[in-house]
Design a protein around this ligand. Structure first.
Ligand SMILES: [Zn+2]
Length: 160
């Protein structure tokens, strides 16, 4: 007998899923803080600012896309094929670990993930800077699409 209730089959979670993206950006912003002042962190922050300007594709986006072309020109990956008994063959792009520092590898990996996310405007539009002018911290609006402040106290400060 066939049951009419099908077992929920969960496919692979899309990187465009807000929850997944939120996990990714939580890690990215944590690692940016850890690397504060390092050129790798500054470059990632610059790329994040440019990516947010692509949303809506206006005159600003056009300028941002040309700046992105320059910003992205430094990154190089190596194509590799991995095999594991459980997952079979997988094609991967990895940073060249022989020549890069740990921070460089981190930077490459973040940029590689960001490139996968550009096709999801809902994700890009949630990368923003805190509306509190004294803060301007970059954050990912995980809880609400209309979140304008990175912390409650920044919101408080703004309306006081
Ligand atoms: Zn803030």
């Amino acid at each position: 007998m066939e049951t009419h209730k099908r077992k929920k089959k969960r496919g692979p979670i899309s990187p465009g899923d807000i929850g997944m993206a939120g996990l990714f950006f939580t890690a990215v912003f944590h690692n940016l803080k850890v690397r504060d002042g390092k050129p790798q962190a500054a470059r990632i922050r610059h790329i994040l600012d440019l990516l947010t300007e692509l949303v809506g594709w206006n005159s600003q986006s056009f300028y941002a896309s040309s700046q992105l072309r320059d910003a992205l020109s430094r990154y190089q990956w190596r194509g590799r094929i991995m095999h594991s008994p459980s997952r079979g063959f997988q094609g991967l792009f990895t940073a060249d670990r022989d020549q890069l520092s740990e921070d460089d590898v981190w930077e490459h990996n973040v940029v590689g993930e960001l490139l996968k996310l550009v096709q999801y405007p809902d994700v890009l539009s949630r990368i923003r800077r805190c509306r509190n002018e004294d803060c301007r911290e970059q954050f990912f609006a995980l809880r609400r699409a209309d979140q304008e402040f990175h912390l409650g106290r920044c919101r408080q400060h703004f309306y006081d």
